[in-house]
Design a protein around this ligand. Structure first.
Ligand SMILES: [Zn+2]
Length: 484
């Protein structure tokens, strides 16, 4: 066996911060001046915009980041998936649904110790060589939220119970603000206690608060947002919150030793929401979806609408992007489209979608993605079509009964932000390097790059490749191994 720094006594350790939904322009530019700890990492590290997944949603983005395979191969197309053969019955995938191991599991199998806090998909908490705290998708009724289960007793601190997530789509912004800060404070304090006490080779912390802050407060802090009001009480909330994040990162960095490399990543970006497009209303207006009775009230979920399924050609589900399903004979209970017509119907639907116009009668850019063309494999319960409106600045809404098909506010509670195409990647090896900026890194390359940095082999099922400009940033200063 050839020696490398990764498997000698001086094995590298990795401290990783996963900040949900942080775009490069916020972390590497606008907020960097108020983040001295992150700034020091940037000044001594390699950074890049991290190209998120299609769809750009935390699930699949985080699991793709830490498995190195695409969403279709994982069978993850968003938080919610349609139960096969059903119309509106949805389920949330869990950590047990992943068909390939995460790097936390790969490292565990190699005898490395990991401490993972909140990394999605983290519920139920996966068994690892070390500890794992479940993620923001942990159900409220969950009893086992840590691996090993005994760790549960240590989650809550002197300042209150550990918070996995908070309700953020609410008119009570004062409450949302208070809870986001409190959740993050408690998570970082727990992380400090765990960090000091638990032996680890890789320590990874996920924070959902950044994403929640963006959704709840984007128009209040983004001075370029059309609805931004100067002097509003939340004008400086992004600076205050990111300063808290920076302080938390700084606390952990102060505990780090001289062989600890640091990584900061985010799963997708965030940007201002322009409005919502009511996809099922549009399908009904265009004859694809047939109702027996009109939706009883505004914002009625499709499962509460009296749909004439036997006469319906296609229906959709909302949430950032539109998942469209064809009602195929032999596949769905009351399937209408004969299997040999699926291609023709799909093409007509795509052509109709591409003629869309917004409330001002200006055309809306529509991107239609087909899972079988987009991914290396299509496992699980994929939609027939995936549709982005206006590069996702217009959110897809699945509810019905709205007076018009275009809404200026979100249909499922106040929300100012949608997800953007780039997250961040930052790698600062212990001791630092000359700062470098790469054009962009694809999500599937993160896992193999981290494995390379840690001196561990990259399994053959991994679709991404180690980014040499990143892994090379640490190898140049590695001691030359003695010839065997
Ligand atoms: Zn996210």
């Amino acid at each position: 066996m050839t020696g490398s720094a990764g498997d000698t006594d001086g094995r590298r350790r990795l401290l990783l911060f996963g900040l949900d939904g942080v775009p490069p322009e916020l972390l590497f530019d606008q907020l960097l001046p108020i983040m001295p700890n992150v700034r020091r990492l940037v000044e001594r590290g390699v950074r890049a915009p991290l190209r998120t997944t299609d769809p750009p949603i935390s699930v699949p983005a985080w699991p793709v980041m830490f498995t190195g395979v695409d969403p279709g191969t994982l069978g993850l197309y968003g938080f919610r998936h349609r139960r096969p053969h059903s119309y509106t019955e949805m389920y949330l995938p869990t950590s047990s649904d992943l068909p390939v191991p995460t790097i936390w599991q790969l490292l565990s199998a190699r005898g490395r110790r990991v401490a993972v806090v909140g990394m999605p998909l983290g519920y139920p908490p996966p068994e690892v060589n070390g500890v794992y705290v479940s993620d923001f998708l942990t159900p409220g009724h969950a009893e086992v939220t840590t691996f090993p289960p005994e760790l549960r007793a240590d989650l809550d601190g002197p300042d209150g119970p550990y918070l996995f997530d908070i309700p953020f789509r609410s008119g009570d912004l004062a409450r949302v603000a208070r809870e986001i800060f409190e959740m993050t404070r408690r998570r970082f304090r727990f992380a400090e206690r765990l960090y000091a006490r638990e032996p680890w080779d890789v320590f990874a912390l996920h924070e959902i608060g950044t994403d929640r802050l963006h959704h709840a407060f984007w128009k209040h802090f983004d001075r370029n947002h059309p609805q931004f009001q100067p002097g509003n009480p939340y004008e400086r909330i992004a600076e205050e919150y990111y300063a808290l994040i920076d302080e938390g990162i700084g606390q952990l960095l102060r505990q780090a030793d001289d062989r600890t490399d640091v990584v900061v990543v985010s799963d997708h970006g965030s940007m201002a929401m322009r409005g919502c497009f009511c996809v099922n209303q549009w399908l009904e207006e265009n004859g694809y979806l047939v109702l027996r009775h009109p939706a009883p009230r505004p914002s009625t979920p499709l499962e509460e609408v009296d749909v004439d399924w036997g006469r319906t050609t296609a229906w959709g589900a909302g949430g950032y992007y539109a998942r469209l399903f064809l009602n195929v004979r032999g596949r769905e209970r009351d399937g209408l489209v004969p299997p040999d017509q699926v291609g023709a119907v799909r093409d007509r639907l795509i052509a109709d979608l591409q003629k869309l116009r917004g409330p001002d009668n200006a055309p809306i850019a529509v991107d239609v993605l087909r899972p079988e063309l987009l991914y290396r494999g299509v496992a699980g319960d994929a939609p027939d079509l995936m549709v982005y409106f206006d590069g996702l600045k217009i959110r897809s809404a699945g509810t019905m009964g709205h007076p018009t098909g275009f809404l200026y506010e979100n249909d499922s509670g106040p929300d100012d932000a949608v997800h953007g195409p780039y997250g961040v990647f930052l790698y600062t090896p212990a001791g630092g390097v000359a700062p470098d900026q790469l054009p962009e890194i694809p999500m599937v390359d993160v896992a193999p790059t981290l494995l390379r940095i840690l001196g561990e082999p990259v399994p053959s099922h991994v679709q991404g490749h180690p980014v040499e400009a990143v892994a090379g940033a640490m190898t140049w200063r590695m001691p030359v191994p003695n010839p065997a």
